[in-house]
Design a binder for this molecule. Structure first.
Ligand SMILES: CC(C)(COP(=O)(O)OP(=O)(O)OC[C@H]1O[C@@H](n2cnc3c(N)ncnc32)[C@H](O)[C@@H]1OP(=O)(O)O)[C@@H](O)C(=O)NCCC(=O)NCCS
Length: 262
């Protein structure tokens, strides 16, 4: 029998084991990050009182975002993944969301089958690219200025079709640096940078030439000892090609799926 409950701080150890099953090139989130940012927005599934899976999600104004879904290898194909997704869907609907979304690796057939059976469909292909800070000057550039305040948050969400509320949620997270790039008063870039990672997600630019000024603005907030940054490229092949031509490396291919909440 599958039981679900809200995640606790004390689930950190089992979380670290399950997190590895995502097989992503990201560092395991710290205990503090689990406690402060993840556990309050996560559910765990239990079988015979043992945690066998978790789902970590974020609720923005109209969109529910499934960030992690993992079931222990020994408990798979028993309906745990579907139960966790049903729970997430219920929470999203209750919070007034009208859509839900998530990211998945293109070769993750079990997960994609599950998501498609729930009405989620592929919206775009993205990639996580790692670039050495010293290679940023190799990128093409343009004149643009960076601002840190929230005056343009609505314009950023509109320009890049981000879920409403995603920026205010990011601003509430400890240590995040949110940078908006402007050209002639118009939004041409945005990044939510976590120097502890170090990575930026979302990392959005109007054109490939805007990646460099945005990265240069992020670098001012990077730890001096970090020699690379990881960014999730959501703006198509031209931006990705520019980063790769500058010496970047694709670390992860991603499909972005979204669908209505019935
Ligand atoms: C994806 C994952 C969460 C599914 O969990 P699960 O508990 O095994 O899934 P369920 O038993 O609830 O199955 C739900 C549906 O998923 C699909 N599915 C699950 N495993 C599958 C497999 N090996 N092959 C094909 N489809 C599969 C099926 O559509 C299944 O529905 P069905 O049983 O009616 O055929 C699990 O495989 C997992 O943790 N994988 C590693 C981590 C991961 O990749 N997470 C997703 C990140 S986006």
């Amino acid at each position: 029998m599958i039981e679900l409950r809200a995640a606790h701080d004390d689930d950190y150890e089992i979380f670290t084991h399950l997190f590895r099953e995502l097989a992503v090139p990201d560092p395991t989130p710290s205990r503090q990050k689990w406690r402060d940012e993840m556990a309050p927005h996560a559910a765990v599934a239990l079988e015979d009182g043992i945690v066998v899976g978790y789902c970590y999600f974020q609720i923005f104004t109209e969109v529910g975002y499934v960030r992690h879904l993992v079931v222990s290898p020994t408990a798979r194909r028993g309906g745990v993944g579907r139960a966790l997704m049903a729970d997430a869907r219920g929470r999203f609907s209750e919070a007034g969301c009208t859509r839900w979304c998530l990211n998945v690796k293109p070769d993750n057939v079990p997960a994609i089958r599950l998501y498609q059976s729930l009405g989620l469909e592929v919206q775009r292909e993205s990639a996580t690219v790692r670039l050495a800070w010293r290679h940023v000057p190799r990128l093409p550039t343009t004149t643009a200025s960076a601002v840190l305040d929230d005056a343009y948050d609505e314009a950023v969400e509109h320009r890049f079709d981000l879920p409403k509320g995603q920026l205010s949620a990011a601003r509430a997270l400890p240590g995040r640096v949110l940078v908006t790039l402007l050209e002639g008063g118009v939004v041409v870039g945005f990044a939510s940078f976590d120097p502890a990672f170090p990575g930026a997600f979302p990392f959005r630019v109007a054109t490939a030439a805007h990646a460099r000024p945005l990265l240069e603005a992020l670098r001012a907030h990077a730890a001096p000892d970090d020699d690379w940054v990881s960014v999730v490229v959501d703006d198509g092949p031209l931006v990705q090609q520019a980063l790769l031509a500058a010496g970047g490396e694709v670390r992860l291919q991603i499909l972005h799926l979204a669908g209505p909440l019935a």
